[in-house]
Design a binder for this molecule. Structure first.
Ligand code: GYE
Length: 311
């Protein structure tokens, strides 16, 4: 009988958790999916989720975290918009003995200030994208333009690093222009328009590497507006594997994407429940998978499989 009581109380304890979630915003389809998956995962586990959208501003995230601490939540999830400037507020959460879990981006701060970080290996994502381009162009000269993510964010820093690693040693492949599109379609389109104008109307550009699919979709529109064929005149390689990049692939307008799961909350809640139940310390870095998709991988089917997941 005691066993049942323990079981019930454990479930009740995990189910009673209240978790604050400081989300960056909804700058991309992927981020919107992460938010809806997080809400579904909380619902599934009977976790009360307090959601705060920072509209891409770090000061709004810091305010939200302080609010969660004042409310005495059981745990806090943070997707940190940039890597720096977190030590003070994470110290306040530690002071209040509220565990923090980082989602999809990292921070430059002492590791004891967060319970764990659930994210992809973003250097690997950039490397996989670069290796695809190297394999595709062979020793043909290839001038690349790069749409970077949010300045100072770990995905922008690491995806650039990984891509450059992959193309180093292939002197025929060069990054001619690189600028931030802040992970959004609108900015991606705008920056690509500038690149096209600067590079002989785009005729001199061989490939567009975008740190996420949303900027790539914006860039694809700019390439079409310039009278060129994306996916043929200019190769398109990006990261996230959102439905719209598969739609572009099915239309022959995109060539490769590296998948990023929107389900960071599942592993995060698992780690939190295990920690709350018996103080179990999780791995400091929980790394999610990165998989390359090309038009050979049934893009129409991949589009259908992801549609409706909140992208
Ligand atoms: O690739 C992009 C979002 O932090 C890794 O943020 C994430 C990135 C993702 O804006 O779509």
């Amino acid at each position: 009988c005691a066993g049942v009581a323990t079981l019930v109380s454990t479930a009740a304890m995990a189910a009673g958790m209240t978790v604050g979630f400081s989300q960056i915003g909804s700058e991309s389809g992927w981020r919107a999916a992460e938010t809806s998956v997080t809400k579904q995962e909380a619902e599934k586990r009977g976790i009360t989720l307090k959601f705060a959208d920072a509209q891409q501003k770090q000061e709004n995230q810091i305010k939200a975290i302080r609010g969660f601490i004042a409310q005495g939540v059981d745990a806090i999830l943070v997707a940190p918009v940039v890597a720096t400037g977190w030590e003070e507020v994470l110290g306040e959460a530690k002071e209040a003995e509220i565990p923090v879990v980082l989602l999809d981006r990292g921070v430059e701060a002492p590791q004891d200030l967060y319970l764990t970080s659930v994210a992809s290996d973003q250097v690997k994502e950039g490397r996989v994208a670069g290796e695809w381009l190297v394999k595709t162009v062979g020793d043909k000269p290839c001038k690349v333009v790069e749409l970077q993510g949010t300045v100072g964010s770990t995905p922008a820093i690491n995806r650039k690093k990984g891509f450059e690693e992959a193309i180093s040693g292939h002197s025929n492949i060069t990054i001619a222009r690189s600028q931030t599109g802040d992970f959004t379609r609108a900015k991606g389109k705008e920056v690509m328009e500038g690149f096209l104008k600067a590079e002989n109307g785009g005729k001199d550009i061989c490939a567009m590497y975008a740190h996420n699919d949303d900027m790539a979709v914006g860039g694809i529109q700019a390439i079409k507006d310039a009278g060129l064929k994306p996916g043929k005149d200019i190769l398109v390689v990006s990261i996230d594997a959102v439905p719209d990049i598969f739609a572009a692939m099915a239309a022959g307008e995109a060539n490769a994407t590296v998948e990023l799961t929107p389900n960071m909350a599942g592993p995060a809640f698992d780690a939190l429940e295990a920690f709350k139940k018996d103080g179990k310390q999780p791995e400091k870095f929980i790394i999610t998978e990165s998989k390359l998709y090309t038009p050979a991988d049934n893009p129409q089917g991949e589009y259908e499989a992801r549609k409706g997941l909140g992208y």
